[in-house]
Ligand binder design. Structure first.
Ligand code: SAM
Ligand code: DTB
Ligand code: SF4
Length: 328
């Protein structure tokens, strides 16, 4: 889908855009289901990169302390709790520029992935940049999806990050695809970008081959001490329009309403689901920031008549996850 096509969609009267997005959504996602993914920061803070929105960069005085890699048994306990609470996907994040095959920390992560994969959820990791060897090793250990966002347009990216390039992000995504993992790739709204930047980001995502399996759309959570601390909040209708365009541009992707839900009312989130969002981060914490409480999310899904998506056959490695229905 081209930038011009995306522009003409984005600027439709809101209800016309929603009608178009809804038709695509119903064709590709006929079930009233929302995927629940749990995030865990397995290595927090102290990151060498300077992403201007991120509390985990060592360059900003955000109050997030640099920690070591979490012990394997603690991670497993959290993964089991996530599964028992109804998550079908467990995503482990590390505040690293990237990982290197042969390093002891990468070997440790591979061991952790093997054990989490045995729990029967989809396993996602987000560890920064990867080369082909690292991507193959993660795939072999049982990672089903790798999250690596492009975050904004190629044009705006250098205004946000100076320690790596947009092309570096694309190279990692290529290695993930070549290794046979699904790509989870999206971005953040609220970084001082224009509407065209958002649409350029979607144009790039829509051009991926294979298409991204999931597209997280984050609404900036302005973190104290970061350069984005005082950024203007994203207008909810802009968020909804962007989600609707993502749904139309990449019909088969799960569109994840990601960071920033604590600042959205139930009604705003309902509009996002209507526009095509069908996945959320589920659990009281994202990486360092707050997320709605699980009971609150189950209550909202129940009120909307949505239910948690179950694992597709073969998506997880082993046992069936504990089945949960969204609370009514
Ligand atoms: N270090 C890895 C990387 O950069 O890919 C993984 C972790 S990084 C925190 C994952 C994503 O979280 C970022 O690409 C960004 O989209 C999102 N993110 C980080 N801080 C955020 C914030 N303050 N508000 C909204 N989204 C944020
Ligand atoms: C993504 O797109 N959003 C998640 C996940 N991928 C790793 C992270 C959100 C982070 C929000 C800010 C924080 O917790 O520090
Ligand atoms: Fe590091 Fe990722 Fe945060 Fe950038 S977004 S500072 S790479 S943890």
């Amino acid at each position: 889908m081209t930038l011009d096509e995306l522009r003409s969609l984005y600027h439709l009267p809101l209800f016309d855009l929603l009608k178009r997005a809804r038709a695509v959504h119903e064709k590709h996602w006929p079930e009233p289901e929302v995927q629940l993914c749990t995030l865990l920061s397995i290595k927090t803070g102290g990151c060498s990169e300077d992403c201007s929105y991120c509390a985990q960069s060592a360059r900003y005085d955000s109050g997030v302390a640099a920690e070591r890699l979490m012990p394997r048994c603690d991670i497993l306990e959290r993964a089991k709790a996530a599964r028992d609470a109804g998550s079908t996907r467990f995503c482990m994040g590390a505040a690293w520029k990237g990982v290197k095959a042969g390093s002891s920390r990468f070997d440790e992560v591979l061991g952790i992935v093997r054990e989490v994969a045995d729990l029967g959820m989809e396993v996602c990791t987000t560890l920064g940049s990867l080369g082909p060897d690292e991507a193959r090793a993660l795939k072999e250990a049982g990672v089903t999806a790798y999250n690596h966002n492009i975050d904004t347009s190629p044009e705006h990216y250098p205004n946000i990050v100076s320690t790596h390039s947009f092309q570096d992000r694309i190279d990692t995504i290529r290695h993930v695809q070549d290794a046979g993992m699904s790509v989870c790739c999206g971005g953040i709204l609220g970084l001082g970008e224009t509407v065209d930047d958002r649409l350029r980001m979607l144009e790039v995502l829509a051009s991926f081959d294979p298409a991204p399996e999931s597209i997280p759309i984050n609404k900036l959570m302005p973190m104290p001490g970061t350069p984005m601390e005082g950024a203007d909040p994203v207008d909810t209708f802009d968020l909804v329009r962007t989600i609707a365009c993502a749904r139309i541009a990449v019909p088969g992707a799960k569109v994840r309403l990601s960071a920033g839900r604590t600042a959205l009312s139930d009604e705003a989130q309902a509009l996002c689901f209507f526009a095509g969002a069908n996945s959320i981060f589920y659990g009281d914490k994202l990486l360092t920031a707050a997320n709605p409480r699980t009971e609150q999310d189950l209550r909202l899904l129940g009120k909307l008549g949505l239910r948690s998506a179950q694992l597709e056959a073969g998506a997880g490695a082993a046992a069936e996850p504990a089945a949960v229905a969204a609370a009514g």
